[in-house]
Design a protein around this ligand. Structure first.
Ligand code: NAP
Length: 241
Protein backbone atom coordinates (compact mmCIF):
# COMPACT_ATOMS: atom_id res chain seq x y z
CA UNK A 1 0.00 0.00 0.00
CA UNK A 2 1.18 3.48 -0.94
CA UNK A 3 2.34 5.56 2.05
CA UNK A 4 2.54 9.01 0.44
CA UNK A 5 -0.62 10.99 -0.36
CA UNK A 6 -2.34 10.13 -3.62
CA UNK A 7 -3.86 13.11 -5.43
CA UNK A 8 -6.12 13.03 -8.48
CA UNK A 9 -6.31 16.18 -10.61
CA UNK A 10 -8.71 16.33 -13.56
CA UNK A 11 -8.08 18.48 -16.63
CA UNK A 12 -4.36 18.36 -15.82
CA UNK A 13 -2.90 18.58 -19.33
CA UNK A 14 -2.73 22.38 -19.30
CA UNK A 15 -3.77 25.56 -17.53
CA UNK A 16 -4.64 25.51 -13.85
CA UNK A 17 -4.83 21.70 -13.64
CA UNK A 18 -1.24 21.30 -14.85
CA UNK A 19 0.02 23.87 -12.32
CA UNK A 20 -1.96 22.24 -9.49
CA UNK A 21 -0.57 18.80 -10.40
CA UNK A 22 2.96 20.23 -10.35
CA UNK A 23 2.48 21.99 -7.01
CA UNK A 24 0.86 18.98 -5.30
CA UNK A 25 3.72 16.78 -6.54
CA UNK A 26 6.19 19.37 -5.23
CA UNK A 27 4.39 19.11 -1.87
CA UNK A 28 5.13 15.37 -1.82
CA UNK A 29 2.01 13.82 -3.33
CA UNK A 30 1.94 11.16 -5.99
CA UNK A 31 -0.35 12.81 -8.55
CA UNK A 32 -2.57 11.03 -11.05
CA UNK A 33 -3.08 13.54 -13.86
CA UNK A 34 -6.36 13.01 -15.69
CA UNK A 35 -6.88 14.32 -19.23
CA UNK A 36 -9.16 13.42 -22.09
CA UNK A 37 -6.52 13.40 -24.83
CA UNK A 38 -3.99 10.58 -24.34
CA UNK A 39 -1.12 12.29 -26.12
CA UNK A 40 -1.60 15.62 -24.31
CA UNK A 41 -1.84 14.15 -20.81
CA UNK A 42 1.09 11.78 -21.38
CA UNK A 43 3.17 14.66 -22.68
CA UNK A 44 2.25 16.88 -19.71
CA UNK A 45 3.10 14.10 -17.24
CA UNK A 46 6.40 13.42 -19.01
CA UNK A 47 7.35 17.10 -18.72
CA UNK A 48 6.66 17.12 -14.97
CA UNK A 49 8.51 13.82 -14.45
CA UNK A 50 11.54 15.26 -16.25
CA UNK A 51 11.54 17.99 -13.59
CA UNK A 52 11.60 15.34 -10.84
CA UNK A 53 7.89 15.26 -9.97
CA UNK A 54 6.10 12.01 -9.18
CA UNK A 55 3.12 12.04 -11.53
CA UNK A 56 1.27 9.51 -13.66
CA UNK A 57 -0.99 10.19 -16.64
CA UNK A 58 -4.48 8.73 -16.92
CA UNK A 59 -6.64 9.22 -20.00
CA UNK A 60 -10.33 9.76 -19.25
CA UNK A 61 -13.12 12.00 -20.44
CA UNK A 62 -14.70 12.92 -17.12
CA UNK A 63 -18.15 13.19 -18.72
CA UNK A 64 -17.99 9.46 -19.57
CA UNK A 65 -19.41 7.37 -16.70
CA UNK A 66 -17.49 4.27 -17.83
CA UNK A 67 -14.23 6.21 -17.94
CA UNK A 68 -14.76 7.54 -14.39
CA UNK A 69 -15.52 4.00 -13.15
CA UNK A 70 -12.36 2.72 -14.87
CA UNK A 71 -10.32 5.49 -13.21
CA UNK A 72 -11.67 4.56 -9.76
CA UNK A 73 -10.93 0.87 -10.44
CA UNK A 74 -7.35 1.71 -11.40
CA UNK A 75 -6.87 3.86 -8.29
CA UNK A 76 -8.10 1.00 -6.09
CA UNK A 77 -6.05 -1.65 -7.86
CA UNK A 78 -2.76 0.23 -8.17
CA UNK A 79 -2.70 2.47 -5.10
CA UNK A 80 -5.45 1.38 -2.69
CA UNK A 81 -6.03 4.98 -1.58
CA UNK A 82 -7.02 8.49 -2.62
CA UNK A 83 -6.31 11.46 -0.37
CA UNK A 84 -7.04 14.41 -2.66
CA UNK A 85 -9.49 14.93 -5.52
CA UNK A 86 -9.30 18.18 -7.48
CA UNK A 87 -12.31 18.52 -9.77
CA UNK A 88 -10.64 21.01 -12.10
CA UNK A 89 -11.68 19.94 -15.62
CA UNK A 90 -14.05 22.53 -16.97
CA UNK A 91 -15.44 24.01 -20.16
CA UNK A 92 -16.69 27.41 -21.23
CA UNK A 93 -18.77 26.64 -24.31
CA UNK A 94 -20.58 29.90 -24.91
CA UNK A 95 -19.36 32.69 -27.08
CA UNK A 96 -17.18 35.21 -25.31
CA UNK A 97 -17.87 38.21 -27.50
CA UNK A 98 -21.13 39.99 -27.14
CA UNK A 99 -21.19 41.75 -30.48
CA UNK A 100 -24.62 40.25 -30.98
CA UNK A 101 -26.87 41.85 -28.39
CA UNK A 102 -28.53 38.65 -27.20
CA UNK A 103 -25.56 36.29 -27.50
CA UNK A 104 -25.26 35.99 -23.74
CA UNK A 105 -28.93 36.08 -22.86
CA UNK A 106 -30.56 33.35 -20.79
CA UNK A 107 -33.68 33.97 -22.91
CA UNK A 108 -32.04 32.70 -26.09
CA UNK A 109 -29.19 30.49 -24.89
CA UNK A 110 -29.08 27.03 -26.49
CA UNK A 111 -30.19 24.52 -23.82
CA UNK A 112 -28.08 21.80 -25.47
CA UNK A 113 -24.98 23.92 -24.92
CA UNK A 114 -26.05 24.45 -21.31
CA UNK A 115 -26.47 20.67 -20.90
CA UNK A 116 -22.99 20.03 -22.34
CA UNK A 117 -21.55 22.62 -19.95
CA UNK A 118 -23.33 21.01 -16.99
CA UNK A 119 -22.06 17.57 -18.05
CA UNK A 120 -18.44 18.62 -17.58
CA UNK A 121 -18.64 21.33 -14.92
CA UNK A 122 -21.22 19.84 -12.54
CA UNK A 123 -22.17 16.23 -13.33
CA UNK A 124 -18.62 14.98 -13.86
CA UNK A 125 -17.55 16.22 -10.38
CA UNK A 126 -20.63 14.44 -8.96
CA UNK A 127 -19.60 11.18 -10.65
CA UNK A 128 -15.99 11.55 -9.50
CA UNK A 129 -17.08 12.23 -5.93
CA UNK A 130 -19.36 9.18 -5.96
CA UNK A 131 -16.56 7.01 -7.36
CA UNK A 132 -13.76 8.27 -5.12
CA UNK A 133 -15.31 9.00 -1.70
CA UNK A 134 -15.45 5.26 -0.83
CA UNK A 135 -11.67 5.08 -1.41
CA UNK A 136 -11.13 8.24 0.63
CA UNK A 137 -13.11 6.78 3.52
CA UNK A 138 -10.87 3.69 3.40
CA UNK A 139 -7.81 5.99 3.35
CA UNK A 140 -9.00 7.59 6.60
CA UNK A 141 -10.02 10.96 5.15
CA UNK A 142 -9.45 13.28 2.25
CA UNK A 143 -9.79 16.65 0.59
CA UNK A 144 -12.10 17.42 -2.31
CA UNK A 145 -11.66 20.69 -4.18
CA UNK A 146 -14.29 21.73 -6.69
CA UNK A 147 -12.72 24.37 -8.92
CA UNK A 148 -15.54 26.85 -9.27
CA UNK A 149 -15.74 30.48 -10.31
CA UNK A 150 -16.92 33.85 -9.07
CA UNK A 151 -19.25 33.60 -12.06
CA UNK A 152 -21.16 30.95 -10.11
CA UNK A 153 -21.83 33.26 -7.17
CA UNK A 154 -25.58 33.83 -6.69
CA UNK A 155 -24.61 36.99 -4.82
CA UNK A 156 -23.01 38.37 -8.00
CA UNK A 157 -25.19 36.79 -10.70
CA UNK A 158 -25.22 39.53 -13.30
CA UNK A 159 -26.36 38.77 -16.84
CA UNK A 160 -24.35 36.93 -19.52
CA UNK A 161 -22.78 33.48 -19.87
CA UNK A 162 -25.79 31.66 -18.37
CA UNK A 163 -24.53 28.14 -19.19
CA UNK A 164 -21.21 28.60 -17.42
CA UNK A 165 -22.73 30.57 -14.53
CA UNK A 166 -25.46 28.01 -13.85
CA UNK A 167 -23.01 25.10 -14.08
CA UNK A 168 -20.70 26.65 -11.48
CA UNK A 169 -23.65 27.51 -9.20
CA UNK A 170 -24.65 23.83 -9.46
CA UNK A 171 -21.08 22.81 -8.66
CA UNK A 172 -21.20 25.02 -5.56
CA UNK A 173 -24.44 23.30 -4.51
CA UNK A 174 -22.64 19.97 -4.91
CA UNK A 175 -19.90 21.25 -2.59
CA UNK A 176 -22.40 22.19 0.14
CA UNK A 177 -24.40 18.96 -0.19
CA UNK A 178 -21.32 16.74 -0.12
CA UNK A 179 -19.72 18.59 2.79
CA UNK A 180 -22.96 18.26 4.78
CA UNK A 181 -23.16 14.52 4.16
CA UNK A 182 -19.50 14.04 5.04
CA UNK A 183 -19.53 16.38 8.04
CA UNK A 184 -18.85 13.53 10.48
CA UNK A 185 -15.95 12.19 8.42
CA UNK A 186 -12.39 13.45 7.92
CA UNK A 187 -13.17 14.40 4.35
CA UNK A 188 -13.26 18.14 3.65
CA UNK A 189 -15.06 19.49 0.60
CA UNK A 190 -14.69 23.07 -0.64
CA UNK A 191 -15.24 25.22 -3.70
CA UNK A 192 -12.38 27.45 -4.85
CA UNK A 193 -12.43 30.34 -7.29
CA UNK A 194 -8.94 30.75 -8.78
CA UNK A 195 -9.66 34.30 -9.97
CA UNK A 196 -9.40 35.38 -13.60
CA UNK A 197 -6.30 33.55 -14.85
CA UNK A 198 -4.26 33.54 -18.05
CA UNK A 199 -5.20 30.16 -19.49
CA UNK A 200 -6.84 29.07 -22.74
CA UNK A 201 -10.16 29.63 -20.97
CA UNK A 202 -9.30 32.88 -19.22
CA UNK A 203 -7.50 34.43 -22.19
CA UNK A 204 -4.47 36.73 -22.38
CA UNK A 205 -6.31 39.69 -20.87
CA UNK A 206 -6.77 37.88 -17.56
CA UNK A 207 -5.38 39.65 -14.52
CA UNK A 208 -3.74 36.69 -12.79
CA UNK A 209 -1.03 34.21 -13.69
CA UNK A 210 -1.74 30.49 -13.72
CA UNK A 211 0.57 30.06 -10.72
CA UNK A 212 -1.37 32.62 -8.68
CA UNK A 213 -4.67 30.90 -9.49
CA UNK A 214 -3.28 27.46 -8.68
CA UNK A 215 -2.16 28.53 -5.20
CA UNK A 216 -5.68 28.82 -3.75
CA UNK A 217 -6.64 25.43 -5.17
CA UNK A 218 -3.55 23.77 -3.68
CA UNK A 219 -4.28 25.49 -0.34
CA UNK A 220 -7.70 23.77 -0.21
CA UNK A 221 -6.22 20.44 -1.32
CA UNK A 222 -3.71 20.46 1.54
CA UNK A 223 -5.96 21.73 4.35
CA UNK A 224 -5.03 20.51 7.83
CA UNK A 225 -7.43 18.46 9.96
CA UNK A 226 -8.81 21.60 11.60
CA UNK A 227 -9.38 23.31 8.23
CA UNK A 228 -12.80 24.37 6.92
CA UNK A 229 -15.30 22.28 4.95
CA UNK A 230 -18.34 23.32 2.94
CA UNK A 231 -17.00 26.76 2.05
CA UNK A 232 -16.21 28.88 -1.01
CA UNK A 233 -12.73 30.41 -1.11
CA UNK A 234 -10.46 32.62 -3.17
CA UNK A 235 -6.80 32.93 -2.16
CA UNK A 236 -7.57 31.00 1.03
CA UNK A 237 -10.20 33.55 2.11
CA UNK A 238 -13.95 32.87 2.29
CA UNK A 239 -16.13 34.48 -0.38
CA UNK A 240 -19.90 34.71 -0.69
CA UNK A 241 -21.95 32.02 -2.42
N1 NAP B 1 -9.05 30.66 -16.25
C1 NAP B 1 -9.90 31.34 -15.49
O1 NAP B 1 -9.91 32.58 -15.49
C2 NAP B 1 -10.85 30.60 -14.58
C3 NAP B 1 -11.60 31.37 -13.67
C4 NAP B 1 -12.48 30.72 -12.81
C5 NAP B 1 -12.57 29.34 -12.85
N2 NAP B 1 -11.85 28.61 -13.73
C6 NAP B 1 -12.00 27.15 -13.73
O2 NAP B 1 -10.74 26.55 -13.59
C7 NAP B 1 -10.74 25.24 -14.18
C8 NAP B 1 -9.55 25.09 -15.10
O3 NAP B 1 -9.69 26.05 -16.14
P1 NAP B 1 -8.48 26.61 -17.03
O4 NAP B 1 -8.59 28.06 -17.02
O5 NAP B 1 -7.20 25.94 -16.66
O6 NAP B 1 -8.99 26.11 -18.46
P2 NAP B 1 -8.29 25.40 -19.67
O7 NAP B 1 -6.92 25.88 -19.89
O8 NAP B 1 -9.29 25.48 -20.78
O9 NAP B 1 -8.18 23.88 -19.18
C9 NAP B 1 -9.31 23.10 -18.96
C10 NAP B 1 -8.84 21.66 -18.85
O10 NAP B 1 -10.01 20.84 -18.63
C11 NAP B 1 -9.91 19.74 -19.52
N3 NAP B 1 -11.20 19.17 -19.83
C12 NAP B 1 -12.27 19.80 -20.39
N4 NAP B 1 -13.26 18.93 -20.56
C13 NAP B 1 -12.80 17.71 -20.11
C14 NAP B 1 -13.36 16.42 -20.04
N5 NAP B 1 -14.60 16.18 -20.48
N6 NAP B 1 -12.62 15.41 -19.52
C15 NAP B 1 -11.37 15.65 -19.08
N7 NAP B 1 -10.78 16.85 -19.13
C16 NAP B 1 -11.49 17.87 -19.65
C17 NAP B 1 -9.25 20.32 -20.76
O11 NAP B 1 -8.79 19.28 -21.56
P3 NAP B 1 -8.59 19.43 -23.17
O12 NAP B 1 -7.19 19.92 -23.32
O13 NAP B 1 -8.79 18.05 -23.66
O14 NAP B 1 -9.61 20.40 -23.66
C18 NAP B 1 -8.17 21.17 -20.12
O15 NAP B 1 -7.05 20.39 -19.79
C19 NAP B 1 -12.09 25.11 -14.88
O16 NAP B 1 -12.99 24.39 -14.09
C20 NAP B 1 -12.56 26.56 -15.00
O17 NAP B 1 -13.96 26.67 -15.09
C21 NAP B 1 -11.00 29.21 -14.60
Amino acid sequence: MLTQKLAVVTGAARGLGLAVARDLAAAGCLVVMVGRKAEAIEDAARQLREKGHEVLPHTADVTDAGAVAALAARLRREFGRVDILVNNAGVFLERKDFAQPQAGSVLVVDPEMVAATYACNALAPLRLIQAIVPLMRESGGGRIVNVSSGMGQLSDMGGSWPGYRMSKAALNALTVLTAAELAESSIKVNSVCPGWCQTAMGGKEATRSVDEGAKGIVWAALLPENGPSGGFFRDGQPIEW
